[in-house]
Design a protein around this ligand. Structure first.
Ligand SMILES: C[S@@+](CC[C@H](N)C(=O)[O-])C[C@H]1O[C@@H](n2cnc3c(N)ncnc32)[C@H](O)[C@@H]1O
Length: 216
């Protein structure tokens, strides 16, 4: 299923009015749910709710297939000297894979704390050498500082890409490579694009003096 067709794209995962229902739905889907439900008092359930985002996600979690992850890293020409940021990092696979293949450092940011917990656990599982190279933070791609990046990866949505475009061009160093799974950047034409399985991957390089039309 493509990201655009994902049901949660039409119905946000975390509607602000339903965090408690969302928490219960998640908890009840877990294998240990009956035990968990029996252990938590209503106050504890509410306290746990506070760890969920207080606004809807802009993009549902749909992981990039590993062959597409590898194609994204190849197209970005990642080396061990890079600092890769994955915007909306999900289970952390892109950042962790880059560290495993190239020995580069990486940062993942995701609005959903559950995803960040998963990504940190995956990094731990990958071993201490990998864990020491990567970092996962709860944050919002629209406010998180990604300016130190030399490579940025994204699997977001067209509208989100366009909203991020002015920040990408203003805040990132010239020469920073951007790769996006499936979605382009409108008027900013990619310098390379490839089809991998059923996915499209696009690449851009941040230029020194972007035209004003791309900065809005
Ligand atoms: C399509 S998934 C991509 C996951 C991962 N980058 C990959 O390619 O496998 C999009 C991710 O963006 C996160 N997300 C949605 N809105 C966000 C926002 N405003 N700031 C940060 N992360 C966000 C979601 O929680 C989800 O994990």
């Amino acid at each position: 299923m493509s990201l655009l067709q994902h049901p949660t794209d039409r119905a946000p995962l975390y509607p602000g009015l339903l965090p408690r229902r969302r928490f219960l739905a998640t908890a009840l889907a877990l294998p240990a749910a009956p035990a968990l439900a029996a252990l938590l008092t209503p106050d504890e359930v509410l306290a746990r709710d506070a760890t969920f985002p207080d606004r809807p996600l802009d993009v549902p979690f749909v992981p990039t297939p590993m062959p597409v992850v590898d194609a994204m890293l190849d197209m970005a020409r990642v080396t061990r000297n890079d600092l890769l940021y994955d915007l909306g990092s999900g289970d952390g696979r892109i950042v962790i894979r880059a560290a495993q293949r190239f020995g580069c450092r990486g940062v993942g940011v995701d609005l959903n704390p559950e995803r960040v917990t998963e990504a940190r656990a995956a990094a731990r599982k990958a071993g201490s050498a990998i864990e020491s190279l990567v970092r996962f933070e709860v944050g919002d791609v629209f406010t998180f500082d990604f300016s130190p990046a030399t490579v940025v990866t994204m699997y977001l949505l067209p509208s989100v890409n366009l909203k991020l475009r002015p920040r990408i061009l203003r805040e990132l160093k010239p020469g920073t490579r951007i790769v996006s799974h499936d979605f382009d950047m409108g008027e900013w034409k990619p310098e390379d694009s490839r089809t991998v399985q059923n996915s499209q991957v696009f690449r851009w390089t941040v230029m020194a003096n972007p035209p004003a039309s791309l900065l809005r």
